[in-house]
Design a protein around this ligand. Sequence first.
Ligand code: TZP
Ligand code: MG
Length: 210
Amino acid sequence: MAYDLYVVTDEAIGRGRTHAELARSAVAGGADAIQLRDKTLSCRDLLAAAHEIRAVTSAGDALFIVNDRLDVALAAGADGVHLGQSDLPLESARRIAPPGFIIGVSVGSVEEAAFAVAGGADYVALSPVFSTGSKEDAGSGYGLAVLAAIRSAVSVPVLAIGGIGCHNVGEVIAAGADGVAVISAVVGASDVTAAVCGLKSLIAAAKEGG
Ligand code: TZP
Ligand code: MG
């Protein structure tokens, strides 16, 4: 399964659309993976959204990843969970998760990426590669040189997240990313499906050119 375009849902940026509506439109455009990300919902509301997205992604053959919450991911039958450096440690998550369950990890350096891969991460995401207004505590971006260094250092898929859109997706892929994760470039678009199609074409072109 590819991670070319990995869409992170965010109702605060989604122009009044629910997580499931955003996911449905993104999958219709060809998104490869959907991550449910919401730090405000109750556990039950997050689980309800997760069940809806599970149905949408299964029908559309996209991966479904839940941010932060391994319990919700498992309960909803998601394909995986995405963990940050302050979340449940990878080692603990691996102990709980069934075989084949995807665990992705946010990293900010070659060292963090190598540590995550040694611990069994299925993919790593350089977070953030550029500065972004979509995550308050993201800090400034690590940049394309760090992305390229991580790509050279590890064997799992390397994603990049933060400040990526049509204007720079080509250079992110050219620097070595296997895929890009986005919020505003897709979730903030008036036409989510068209935004996904546009980014997917640019990613494909960058991969062909590389
Ligand atoms: N993690 C690191 S940056 C970020 C997250 C969730 C936000 C990315 O949003 P955008 O709008 O694609 O910059
Ligand atoms: Mg997290």
